[in-house]
Design a binder for this molecule. Structure first.
Ligand SMILES: [Zn+2]
Length: 166
Protein backbone atom coordinates (compact mmCIF):
# COMPACT_ATOMS: atom_id res chain seq x y z
CA UNK A 1 0.00 0.00 0.00
CA UNK A 2 1.17 3.48 -0.80
CA UNK A 3 1.45 6.13 1.86
CA UNK A 4 -0.83 8.95 0.90
CA UNK A 5 -0.95 12.54 2.10
CA UNK A 6 -4.31 13.63 3.51
CA UNK A 7 -4.63 16.57 1.11
CA UNK A 8 -4.43 14.30 -1.92
CA UNK A 9 -8.03 13.10 -1.97
CA UNK A 10 -9.78 12.19 -5.18
CA UNK A 11 -11.23 15.01 -7.25
CA UNK A 12 -13.84 15.03 -9.98
CA UNK A 13 -12.37 14.86 -13.49
CA UNK A 14 -15.05 17.26 -14.78
CA UNK A 15 -15.41 19.95 -12.13
CA UNK A 16 -12.41 19.44 -9.87
CA UNK A 17 -14.53 19.23 -6.74
CA UNK A 18 -13.39 16.87 -4.03
CA UNK A 19 -15.42 13.73 -4.20
CA UNK A 20 -15.29 12.93 -0.52
CA UNK A 21 -14.57 15.77 1.82
CA UNK A 22 -11.92 14.88 4.34
CA UNK A 23 -11.01 11.67 2.59
CA UNK A 24 -7.44 10.64 3.15
CA UNK A 25 -7.49 8.05 0.42
CA UNK A 26 -6.03 8.92 -2.92
CA UNK A 27 -5.95 6.59 -5.83
CA UNK A 28 -3.58 8.70 -7.93
CA UNK A 29 -6.40 9.25 -10.36
CA UNK A 30 -9.63 11.20 -10.77
CA UNK A 31 -13.21 10.29 -10.07
CA UNK A 32 -16.55 11.77 -11.11
CA UNK A 33 -18.85 13.53 -8.65
CA UNK A 34 -22.59 12.90 -8.37
CA UNK A 35 -23.44 16.33 -9.82
CA UNK A 36 -21.46 15.64 -13.01
CA UNK A 37 -22.85 12.11 -13.27
CA UNK A 38 -26.47 13.27 -13.33
CA UNK A 39 -29.58 11.59 -12.02
CA UNK A 40 -28.82 7.99 -12.81
CA UNK A 41 -26.05 7.67 -10.24
CA UNK A 42 -26.66 7.91 -6.54
CA UNK A 43 -23.00 7.68 -5.66
CA UNK A 44 -19.79 9.20 -7.00
CA UNK A 45 -17.28 7.25 -9.05
CA UNK A 46 -14.11 7.37 -7.04
CA UNK A 47 -11.63 6.29 -9.70
CA UNK A 48 -12.06 6.48 -13.45
CA UNK A 49 -9.02 4.22 -13.90
CA UNK A 50 -10.74 1.23 -12.36
CA UNK A 51 -14.16 1.62 -14.03
CA UNK A 52 -15.23 -1.58 -15.76
CA UNK A 53 -16.61 -1.53 -19.31
CA UNK A 54 -20.11 -2.22 -17.95
CA UNK A 55 -19.84 0.71 -15.53
CA UNK A 56 -18.44 2.99 -18.22
CA UNK A 57 -21.45 2.20 -20.41
CA UNK A 58 -23.71 3.64 -17.69
CA UNK A 59 -22.06 7.06 -17.89
CA UNK A 60 -24.09 9.89 -19.42
CA UNK A 61 -21.14 10.99 -21.61
CA UNK A 62 -18.37 9.56 -23.73
CA UNK A 63 -15.57 7.70 -21.99
CA UNK A 64 -12.27 6.64 -23.57
CA UNK A 65 -9.28 5.15 -21.75
CA UNK A 66 -5.88 5.21 -23.43
CA UNK A 67 -2.68 3.45 -22.48
CA UNK A 68 0.66 5.26 -22.35
CA UNK A 69 1.17 4.67 -26.10
CA UNK A 70 -2.17 6.27 -26.96
CA UNK A 71 -3.90 2.98 -27.73
CA UNK A 72 -7.60 2.71 -26.90
CA UNK A 73 -8.21 0.20 -24.11
CA UNK A 74 -11.78 1.21 -23.16
CA UNK A 75 -14.48 2.95 -25.22
CA UNK A 76 -18.02 3.25 -23.98
CA UNK A 77 -21.32 3.12 -25.87
CA UNK A 78 -21.89 6.89 -25.55
CA UNK A 79 -18.54 7.55 -27.21
CA UNK A 80 -19.50 5.10 -29.98
CA UNK A 81 -22.77 6.98 -30.44
CA UNK A 82 -20.90 10.30 -30.71
CA UNK A 83 -18.21 9.05 -33.05
CA UNK A 84 -20.23 6.60 -35.12
CA UNK A 85 -17.49 4.01 -34.56
CA UNK A 86 -18.22 0.60 -33.01
CA UNK A 87 -16.15 -0.30 -29.96
CA UNK A 88 -14.71 -3.40 -31.67
CA UNK A 89 -13.28 -1.26 -34.45
CA UNK A 90 -11.55 1.09 -32.03
CA UNK A 91 -10.03 -1.06 -29.27
CA UNK A 92 -6.27 -1.54 -29.57
CA UNK A 93 -5.86 1.19 -32.20
CA UNK A 94 -3.94 4.42 -31.73
CA UNK A 95 -6.41 7.13 -30.79
CA UNK A 96 -4.46 10.07 -32.22
CA UNK A 97 -3.19 8.47 -35.44
CA UNK A 98 -6.00 6.13 -36.45
CA UNK A 99 -9.25 6.82 -34.59
CA UNK A 100 -9.38 10.60 -34.28
CA UNK A 101 -6.64 12.27 -36.35
CA UNK A 102 -8.25 15.66 -35.62
CA UNK A 103 -6.84 15.32 -32.10
CA UNK A 104 -3.25 15.11 -33.37
CA UNK A 105 -2.61 18.76 -32.48
CA UNK A 106 -0.87 20.59 -29.62
CA UNK A 107 -4.16 21.56 -28.01
CA UNK A 108 -5.16 17.91 -27.64
CA UNK A 109 -2.45 15.28 -28.03
CA UNK A 110 0.29 17.74 -27.03
CA UNK A 111 -1.55 18.69 -23.84
CA UNK A 112 -2.14 15.09 -22.91
CA UNK A 113 1.50 14.16 -23.56
CA UNK A 114 2.68 17.00 -21.32
CA UNK A 115 0.30 15.85 -18.60
CA UNK A 116 1.52 12.23 -18.85
CA UNK A 117 5.17 13.30 -18.88
CA UNK A 118 4.72 15.20 -15.61
CA UNK A 119 4.43 11.92 -13.71
CA UNK A 120 1.57 13.39 -11.65
CA UNK A 121 -2.14 12.75 -11.91
CA UNK A 122 -3.48 15.83 -13.69
CA UNK A 123 -6.75 17.13 -15.05
CA UNK A 124 -7.55 19.60 -17.86
CA UNK A 125 -10.77 20.62 -19.51
CA UNK A 126 -10.87 21.92 -23.08
CA UNK A 127 -13.45 22.74 -25.71
CA UNK A 128 -12.59 21.15 -28.99
CA UNK A 129 -14.07 21.03 -32.48
CA UNK A 130 -14.18 17.29 -32.97
CA UNK A 131 -14.38 15.83 -36.46
CA UNK A 132 -16.40 12.67 -35.96
CA UNK A 133 -17.16 10.28 -38.78
CA UNK A 134 -20.54 11.76 -39.69
CA UNK A 135 -20.37 15.26 -38.27
CA UNK A 136 -18.20 17.91 -36.72
CA UNK A 137 -19.23 18.88 -33.21
CA UNK A 138 -17.98 21.27 -30.55
CA UNK A 139 -17.40 19.15 -27.46
CA UNK A 140 -16.16 19.59 -23.94
CA UNK A 141 -13.42 17.20 -23.02
CA UNK A 142 -12.10 16.44 -19.56
CA UNK A 143 -8.64 14.88 -19.84
CA UNK A 144 -7.18 13.19 -16.82
CA UNK A 145 -4.06 11.15 -16.31
CA UNK A 146 -3.06 8.35 -14.00
CA UNK A 147 0.69 8.00 -14.58
CA UNK A 148 1.04 5.24 -12.01
CA UNK A 149 -1.13 2.97 -14.14
CA UNK A 150 -0.06 4.58 -17.40
CA UNK A 151 -3.63 5.57 -18.26
CA UNK A 152 -5.22 8.67 -19.70
CA UNK A 153 -8.99 9.12 -19.57
CA UNK A 154 -11.04 11.27 -21.94
CA UNK A 155 -14.56 12.26 -20.93
CA UNK A 156 -16.52 13.84 -23.78
CA UNK A 157 -19.86 15.63 -24.00
CA UNK A 158 -21.39 18.02 -26.51
CA UNK A 159 -20.54 21.61 -25.63
CA UNK A 160 -23.78 23.33 -26.58
CA UNK A 161 -26.20 22.39 -29.32
CA UNK A 162 -23.52 23.54 -31.72
CA UNK A 163 -23.46 21.10 -34.55
CA UNK A 164 -21.84 21.94 -37.83
CA UNK A 165 -22.92 20.19 -40.98
CA UNK A 166 -20.20 18.69 -43.13
ZN1 LIG B 1 -17.94 16.97 -10.86
Amino acid sequence: MDTIPANDATECAWCGRRIREGSAISVGSYGICVTCLGDRFGHPIENVSTLSDAEADQLPFGFTRLDSEGRVIAYNTQESALSGLPREGVLGKNFFRTIAPCTCVDEFEGTLQTMMASGQAQRRQIEFLFKFKHRTTMVEIAMSTDPRRGYATLLVRKAASEEIAV
